[in-house]
Ligand binder design. Structure first.
Ligand code: UDP
Length: 313
């Protein structure tokens, strides 16, 4: 296959590029490098089946030659990043999705949209199945991401229903692993950085809010299976092992053998506005139609991630 991956210099996009190259496919990586980094794909330069184009996908996209698949992974994805880049976040999810769908249509390529558990907002049911419509504040600080991704899903299904584009939608839950940015503001790099440098781990609010963390290799496997399946409607890919943020802080302290203390802080800013109180994927559908479930335990995945960050601090 000849595959376009937008956001290829990002955390997930770069791992996806590795996977498809390893299988013998040709990958064209595209990224505007707002939050992506060339360091994530430096090892691919010189690879004869990899090429890179620096481009904003919310401007017209030109790709020479045939394409078999378009994987749209470009977007800021950390709350800090979309607070800092609200308009690019809205544009890449809306106009960028439209442009990449238009490209897939023109090339007759299969299309896969990276969506998110944020489409469920601050959910009123837990765990969240794909049939849940969500509980999103459109005008809060997270709205720029949540609504762009909800629009992207609507646009993807419209291209499928109206133009017959062969589409897939993955709803990605919290994912961690090597190549996350040390200072992207998310809880995984924040806590690991704090633990490795002997600083207090900053648990926001009372730490009773929950998340469910999946290791990046599990996500890549789920996306790969979804792309090769015939499921058009969204599929959750995440690890259902839910824990509180306080429990997560304790796990990081233990696995890093850190002397850091855990402190409760109350950021008086937008970082905690509309912060979902619970989040856990219902992965019944992925189990049934993809035969997929996560394989990597939190301690194994965190060990890999901590080793990566040790070299960065
Ligand atoms: N969080 C925290 N301390 C930090 C960073 C994040 O307690 O230093 C909390 C945050 O309030 C949220 C959870 O960790 O409840 C996950 O935040 P993250 O930014 O990783 O992503 P989200 O799942 O909210 O998109």
């Amino acid at each position: 296959m000849r595959i376009l991956i937008t956001g290829a210099a990002g955390f997930v996009g770069s791992h996806l590029s590795d996977r498809f190259l390893a299988e013998g496919h040709e990958v064209i990586g595209m990224d505007n490098l707002i939050t992506g980094s060339m360091n994530n794909i430096a090892h691919l330069f010189g690879h004869k089946r990899f090429s890179f184009v620096k481009h904003n996908v919310y401007h017209y996209i030109y790709v020479d030659g045939p394409l078999d698949a378009v994987l749209h992974f470009a977007s800021p994805a950390s709350p800090n990043d979309y607070l800092e880049h609200p308009i690019p976040t809205l544009k890449v999810g809306s106009i960028g999705t439209m442009n990449t769908l238009g490209l897939a249509k023109a090339k007759g390529a299969r299309y896969l949209l990276a969506s998110t558990s944020e489409v469920y907002g601050d959910p009123q049911i837990n765990p969240q199945p794909e049939t849940y419509w969500g509980h999103v504040n459109p005008i809060g600080p997270r709205g720029v991401y949540d609504e762009a991704k909800r629009f992207a899903e609507a646009m993807t299904l419209a291209y499928h229903r109206y133009h017959g584009v062969d589409t897939r939608i993955v709803r990605i839950f919290n994912t961690y692993g090597p190549r996350m940015r040390l200072h992207d503001g998310r809880v995984v790099p924040n806590f690991i950085y704090q633990a490795l440098t002997g600083q207090p781990l900053t648990v926001y609010m009372d730490g009773k809010q929950t998340r469910s963390f999946q290791y990046v290799s599990d996500l890549v496997e789920g996306i790969h299976r979804l792309l090769h399946s015939d499921e058009v409607l969204p599929v959750n890919i995440g690890n259902p092992a839910e824990m509180t943020i306080l429990e997560f802080a304790e796990a990081v302290v233990e696995l890093t053998n850190s002397q850091s203390e855990i402190v409760f802080v109350q950021p008086d800013d937008e970082r905690i506005t509309d912060d979902p109180k619970v989040r856990q994927p219902d992965i019944t559908k992925a189990r049934q139609i993809l035969g997929w479930e996560p394989q990597v335990t939190l301690s194994d995945g965190l060990a890999q991630t901590i080793a990566y960050f040790r070299d960065k601090v």
